[in-house]
Design a protein around this ligand. Structure first.
Ligand code: SF4
Ligand code: SF4
Length: 76
């Protein structure tokens, strides 16, 4: 399975939870802390992200950036 990782710009996040609903891996949850705008923000809680990009695609505020681990190159 491809491994992924996301970065969340917590000060852009408004806690709408769309990304939490969209994540097939259940990797996201709302933090108990608030950001500079007074919203609870999303955080990555499981190390099972596949880099599917669902969360970034649904975020209306473009607060999430997705990274994918490179597949090892096949030996020739
Ligand atoms: S990239 Fe996919 S698996 Fe990873 S946190 Fe976002 S929705 Fe979940
Ligand atoms: S979809 Fe975007 S704004 Fe909404 S909770 Fe997720 S990261 Fe925050």
């Amino acid at each position: 399975m491809i491994k992924g990782y996301i970065e969340i710009n917590k000060d852009i996040c408004k806690g709408c939870e769309l990304c939490i609903e969209a994540c097939p891996q259940g990797s996201l949850r709302l933090s108990t802390h608030i950001n500079t705008r007074g919203y609870r923000y999303v955080e990555l809680v499981e190390q099972n992200c596949t880099g599917c990009t669902n969360c970034a695609l649904v975020c209306p505020d473009v607060a999430i950036t997705v990274f994918r681990e490179q597949k090892p190159k096949k030996a020739v």
